[in-house]
Design a protein. Structure first.
Length: 161
């Protein structure tokens, strides 16, 4: 097969990915508007959510990994959250320099308030969608995510990121 030609599924997925990029941008903008009154942004809300979802306090690098995000960007946002009193740092018994990030009571309240705003919004967004279609959409995203996380990109140069 000619490497410059897409398969039929590749062609369909290419259009879907372009729409997914646009959707991501719209979701972030909508999220920013939704939680702006709480002093949050989508990025701050997402990081608070990762902290809440963690079974225990984690260092920034682990939170970044869980989010699939750049560690430096997550560190910057966590520093902002710390300055606002939404997170605190705790000594890490396993690594002197990689402090653990904990949610403060103020951070928990901000996250809970954001989730109270999210509930009617996500219900509105899901109107007209069948659960089966949403589950299929989720399975497709997860399959793509697993492939991309494998770092086994065809045609990529060894060591290239």
């Amino acid at each position: 097969m000619d490497k410059t030609k897409r398969t039929a599924a590749g062609e369909a997925l290419s259009g879907a990915v372009l729409d997914l990029f646009r959707l991501n941008s719209l979701l972030l903008t909508a999220g920013d508007r939704l939680v702006a009154g709480l002093g949050l942004t989508s990025a701050r809300w997402q990081i608070l959510g990762a902290i809440v979802a963690s079974e225990r306090a984690q260092p920034v690098a682990w939170l970044a990994r869980d989010l699939g995000a750049n560690r430096q960007n997550v560190q910057r946002i966590i520093n902002d959250l710390h300055a606002d009193g939404l997170v605190a740092f705790e000594a890490n018994p396993h690594h002197r320099r990689a402090q653990l990030v904990l949610l403060t009571e103020k951070g928990r309240q901000a996250f809970d308030a954001a989730m109270r705003l999210q509930a009617p919004w996500i219900s509105w967004l899901s109107e007209g969608l069948s659960i089966k279609d949403v589950q299929t959409f989720h399975r497709v995203i997860m399959q793509m995510r697993r492939k991309l996380e494998s770092n086994d990109l065809p045609g990529a140069r060894p060591g290239a990121r």
